[in-house]
Ligand binder design. Structure first.
Ligand SMILES: [Zn+2]
Length: 96
């Protein structure tokens, strides 16, 4: 049996004969860690999106605290999007 399965949408992708697109392994020299943030999706009275965003951070659980802070200031803003910036790399060659 193999180890843990990759998160949905993070499995290596092969669309060419000589390259494979993979999530960049962490930690590795020069590798930017994943960054997590949230954006408010609530619509203002003029139907424009609030768009307020948290600062990006490397801890996905800590990032989830921002919507609560935003909700305290804007009780009617209850819709959010999680934004994950995951570094990927194009590897020459493919795994057998
Ligand atoms: Zn908002």
């Amino acid at each position: 049996m193999t180890g843990a399965q990759p998160l949905p949408g993070t499995a290596p992708l092969v669309l060419s004969a000589d390259h494979e697109l993979r999530p960049r392994p962490e930690p590795s020299p020069g590798c930017t860690p994943c960054a997590y943030r949230f954006r408010c999706l609530a619509l203002d009275d003029d139907d424009t999106e609030c768009g307020a965003e948290s600062e990006p951070g490397t801890d996905p659980v800590r990032a989830q605290t921002w919507p609560f802070e935003h909700l305290r200031a804007h009780p009617e803003h209850t819709g959010f999007a999680e934004i994950v910036e995951r570094p990927w790399v194009m590897w020459r060659g493919t795994r057998a």
